[in-house]
Design a protein around this ligand. Structure first.
Ligand code: IPE
Ligand code: IPE
Ligand code: MG
Length: 230
């Protein structure tokens, strides 16, 4: 029985910022500002619940297609977040960043590494932020990494691929939440969420509350996970 068992790893596609702003006749960037606040609130609730790991999808490998001013605004929010660092409430959090950092600025890269280094020894919830992340890119990057390590490609196992993904060492995703009403995965953790339970919600991400997270977890707890067995 899975009933009452918390998900070890929750994945969240933070979607609907643009529509939230449009509804209020505000620029899309205002939606991203509000979305960043929802992110902090949701992370706090995960900490309170004792969730082992939560991954937030902040920027996909496809999001570069957006107008430059919107991309710049999202990167600025990310930069501000790195400058703020963890607050008292989040002091035990382990921060991880997943995705291809190559096109990010040197300054961002340095601050990401610093935050990861400073929090690596913490014992609380792991907060994983997916920036320039794509599930296909993750798998491709893992295979290239294994090849560079001199691994025999013909002898690869699922575990060896898992160990070379950006999420190496983290448990597979148990619960994947997508707010905003869309019912697709949009290249999020496609390998890691192979057996995740999907919960699609109609709320737009900036309006997502602690109660919505509780609801998603309740739905998860009511599901019967079979993993292909009986
Ligand atoms: C999610 O909100 C944030 C990012 C993809 C960076 P959107 O910006 O996609 O919001 P909608 O989907 O247009 O409402
Ligand atoms: C997925 O949302 C990416 C993030 C939330 C970061 P999108 O808004 O980019 O996804 P699509 O375009 O609706 O599939
Ligand atoms: Mg969207």
């Amino acid at each position: 029985m899975e009933s009452g068992v918390l998900p070890r790893h929750i994945g969240i596609i933070m979607d609907g910022n643009g529509r939230w702003a449009k509804k209020r006749l505000l620029p899309r960037t205002a939606g991203h500002v509000q979305g960043a606040k929802a992110f902090r609130k949701c992370l706090r609730h995960c900490i309170d619940l004792g969730i082992e790991c939560v991954t937030f999808y902040a920027f996909s490998t496809e999001n570069w297609k957006r107008p430059k001013d919107e991309v710049d605004a999202i990167m600025k929010l990310f930069s501000d977040y790195l400058d703020e660092g963890l607050d008292m409430y989040e002091k035990d959090v382990v921060m991880r960043f997943i995705g291809d950092r190559t096109p990010l600025s040197e300054s961002l890269k340095q601050r990401m590494e610093k935050l990861e280094r400073e929090t690596a020894g913490n014992s609380g919830t792991t907060c994983c932020l997916a920036v320039n992340y794509g599930g296909r890119d993750d798998i491709l990057h893992a295979v290239k990494t294994l090849s560079e390590r001199g691994e025999d490609i013909s002898a690869l196992t699922e575990d060896s691929i898992s160990s070379a993904l950006y999420t190496a060492g983290l448990p597979d995703v148990d619960l994947l939440i997508r707010p905003s009403g869309e019912q697709r995965i949009s290249n999020f953790l496609i390998w890691q969420a192979a057996y995740a339970e999907y919960v699609f919600m109609d709320v737009l991400w900036p309006d997502f509350t602690e109660k919505d997270l509780d609801t998603a977890i309740e739905i998860f707890e009511g599901r019967n996970r079979r993993f292909g067995g009986l």
